[in-house]
Design a protein around this ligand. Sequence first.
Ligand SMILES: Cc1cc2nc3c(=O)[nH]c(=O)nc-3n(C[C@H](O)[C@H](O)[C@H](O)COP(=O)(O)OP(=O)(O)OC[C@H]3O[C@@H](n4cnc5c(N)ncnc54)[C@H](O)[C@@H]3O)c2cc1C
Length: 417
Amino acid sequence: MRIAVIGAGIIGVTTAYELACDGHQVTVIERRGAVAEEASFANAGVLAPGYVTPWAAPGMPIKVIGHLFSRYAPVRIGLPLSGRELVWMWKWYRACRLETYMAHRTQLQRLAFYSRERLHHITAALNLEYERSDGYMVLLRSQRDSKLVQAGLQVLRDAGVNFKELSPIEARKVETALNPDIDFYGAVHLPEDEVGNCRQFAWLLKNEMQRRGVEFSFNTTVARISGNGTVLVRTAHEETRAHYDAVVLCAGLDSVRLLDPLGLRIPLAAVHGYSISAAIREPLNAPASAVMDERYKVAISRLGNRVRVAGSAELGGSPEEKRSSSLQTLYKVLHDWFPGAANLSGGVQQWKGARPMLPNGPPLIGASGIAGLWLNLGHGSSGWALSCGSARILSDLIGSKAPDIDVTAFGSQRLRA
Ligand SMILES: Cc1cc2nc3c(=O)[nH]c(=O)nc-3n(C[C@H](O)[C@H](O)[C@H](O)COP(=O)(O)OP(=O)(O)OC[C@H]3O[C@@H](n4cnc5c(N)ncnc54)[C@H](O)[C@@H]3O)c2cc1C
């Protein structure tokens, strides 16, 4: 089949790859000049399937309210919220019920474990070399933090995830550069989890696909999708109509605008986050892999010769305006755990990205209900960790093959429920 993939973030790139592997003739249409320029640009890179959980969780509404006025808040609301965001919040609030959360968490984790398997398969099959390290450690500042993670650890046990609770002395043996002066309660170490450079992976996969004949149309915007595989595309010079046997929408947040005229109202909201990336100043002071400060929900990752610190979840607000208190939290957490690791005196890349978040958790993967139009979107805070599995599932569905895992939870029918 001739298939157009709209969007070259990590979801679009992996989808195009799987479709090409299945023998389809694929064109990727991307409004930016390169792959992974938006939400996939500078994320934390963490691949920890046991920690992939819905944002809609019991107790979250109270946490959000509790953080409204705190200085280093991990979660914020940018006021005023639009009508659309208020509707989103109401749906999110309803999805925080325990039964809904448990069901969504199980589905998401199944997809995340499957995705890790697919990521390893692709990496080995193509011999891809990108910045990555093994191991993930959750750092617990206090006994209270430790108590709060116990329910999550039971989930890991039930899922058979290999992890170990560590004392500070043991944690320092894994991450030898942890600040010797910081007093903390303990850590949870997950040796099979990992961190990887999402953008670099997307670039390598794009290069491989171009060698295999996949076409990339950069600086090309899809202005409109009509039914039956027809899209209206716009470049700086012209506007043309193109026809495909199938179209797969992987346009992140812009998917809302493209689906609205077709009568598909997708409750997707931007949950902004930040990262700072800086060159390692002294390797002996830098993390070996990725750690997460549980209290501030900030990840510190080693990506090759750089350290990346990422966190904050901000519903609403402008995509351009960087909130200085959110950035300050990242610098503070880095300084607390790995002082002197990074060269912060110049050349720090400060990034604000928007997680394409559905209110209830699982992404939308599959037929849209409109002839010739397929969806792979709404991966929220775990798009990198879910990408390779979601892509394989989508390609199976287009090819009328049964996916390796149960996908009923990801279908667009739930939008109408
Ligand atoms: C601070 C932060 C930290 C994160 N950390 C992690 C992490 O540790 N692990 C993890 O798994 N995930 C993480 N994420 C989430 C992850 O980055 C996202 O879920 C993922 O990047 C979403 O990918 P995407 O392809 O759906 O969207 P995008 O990367 O935004 O891609 C969509 C693409 O579609 C293009 N597009 C849109 N509209 C059109 C149009 N009309 N025509 C043509 N092209 C169009 C856009 O230009 C864009 O390139 C983090 C996110 C943030 C913000």
